[in-house]
Ligand binder design. Sequence first.
Ligand code: AOF
Ligand code: ZN
Length: 364
Amino acid sequence: MTEALDLARGCDHATSPNPMVGAVVLRQGTVVGRGRTAPAGGPHAEVVALAEAAGAARGATLVVSLEPCCHLGRTPPCTDAVIAAGISRCVVAMRDPNPMVDGRGIERLRQAGIEVRLGVGAGGARRLNEFYLRWVTARLPFVTAKFAASLDGRIATASGEARWITGEAARHLAHLLRHQHDAVLVGAGTVLADDPQLTARLPDREARQPLRVVVDSRLSTPVTSRLIGSDGRSLIATTEAAPARARHALEARGARVEAFPVAADGRVPLRAVLAMLAAEGRISVLVEGGARVHGSLFAEGLADRVVALLAPRIIGGASAPAAVGGPGALHLADAPELHGVRVERAGADIVVSGSTRAGHPGRG
Ligand code: AOF
Ligand code: ZN
């Protein structure tokens, strides 16, 4: 299972919205086939591993990091392939909560006389596919809230200087996060202040480019913003109250503009934006701020994970903006606490990350 999980990890998020799965065919203790999920629409891990094993799969054991599917999706059911190959034993890390599967894959294998063992390496499998698992069960993307701040939680000085609070290594980590997520989301204030590109740039390989999303209730995003590219990968989420002229100007530059009903606070309804992204098959969103967006995100309980990049310096001052704005928690009992907290170093900076949901397996 360790090898199956390593294979799955090698998918490196290219399978989205499909989970990252690894499979190994074992014959008398020897690996005779290996597979990982191909990008969506391509073959599943089991099918790849069984093809490599060919005739040696008969009577062999299949070790797989997720329950084999039993439905016809973009590809045929894996359970059929497993049965046809003559596998006699199957070791599965965890159930696939996809309502189309959800235990029926295992049931199907057992009905065919295959011995199934469930739960080996379940923790690792769950951590690996936390984006997919959130998306398939909540119909919302897994949301990572990321910010770079001083040790006292400020994301800029009182005069608005923010470049750069953290160093090179922490910025590299931020690009890796963009590569891993299907979309990156910021508020219009951040676009006006920083004019970010919101692309993923990695030194050693080609990065996956996330959809770039701006929440902008009044359409104040300048048409010359760097994140509006001709690649059709920028989306401005606004309200129905936004001026049509601004909308047309942004669309003429190649941005997609979606209008949502005005939320109670006069802003763009974040949950609705996230639900739309989920419906389009985006299983993960990296929210990079600013303070107002993070404030709404936490107020609405929409963040699943927090990644805080903290520079060991103090900015201070009552008017320097904090990482998380909005009303905040009035009582400590209402302040979300992180679970499975990890503390790492990135150059001179400190990376604190954790899950907002109790019962999360953590990342240890
Ligand atoms: C597996 N093995 O390697 C993966 C599975 O549209 P399709 O045919 O690609 O099916 C996608 C669904 O298959 C996906 O939502 C999830 O339930 C399952 N993923 N299953 O047996 C795999 N990636
Ligand atoms: Zn499958």
